[in-house]
Design a protein around this ligand. Sequence first.
Ligand SMILES: [Zn+2]
Length: 259
Amino acid sequence: KEQTYPFKKIEAKWQKYWRKIELFKMDPQSSRPKYYCLMMFPYPSSALHVGHGRNYIIGDVVARFIMMKGYNVLTPMGWDAFGLPAENAAIKDGVHPKISTLRNITQMKKQLNCWGTGYDWDRELSSCLPDYYKWTQWIFLKLYEKGLAFKKKAAVNWCPSCQTILANEQVIEGRCWRCDKQVTEKVLEQWFFKITAYAQRLLDDLTKLKEWPQRVRIMQQNWIGRSVGVRIDFPIVGEKEVLSCFTTRVDTIFGATYM
Ligand SMILES: [Zn+2]
């Protein structure tokens, strides 16, 4: 008779044991070297699928490997429970997002535990619950007090059908990713963070991340988008106005023969 791996028996046994000895509970008093293994928090928009398996099992392998090397490993888990994925799931199910989101969290947590992936569940968080978002609100207030959060008018992607602003990634060939209606441009007053105030510091600190792949560092540099150059005013013959230009290569300015 063919022998198959009796996973229900073996895995349940060891998962119970890991829970009993609190294998994944991080001990803050430990003198062992620390290691923080953070995996992206899933959107609780449905049940876990095989794509989640790929992501969270890889993270679990890393955490266990480091743990077996003697480190005091912290692996937190939480739920990225705000935004359009949760809203879409609620619309699809025809229930209030609070009900569907919390129900999905229960389901997904059960699945993660079935997989045997190890987390310090004492530190579980859900971004839709006040004990978490009170801190994002607190951070926002601090930014506001320092003049780093401000309001101004800006053009946004607007879906007239969903009555919502869309991120660039949510506009697919000029259409709303949710309802497929034509997206329009609308000028709205909205909040901004003055991240430009930190551009130089971010760039300087990027050079300290020696282990990061160069590809990722260049991506970050481009995202920060700071460039050094000069502003040049070109006079217009017979006009009082000037044309202001910015160049990163002022040494090539003599090559500008017309505009
Ligand atoms: Zn739409």
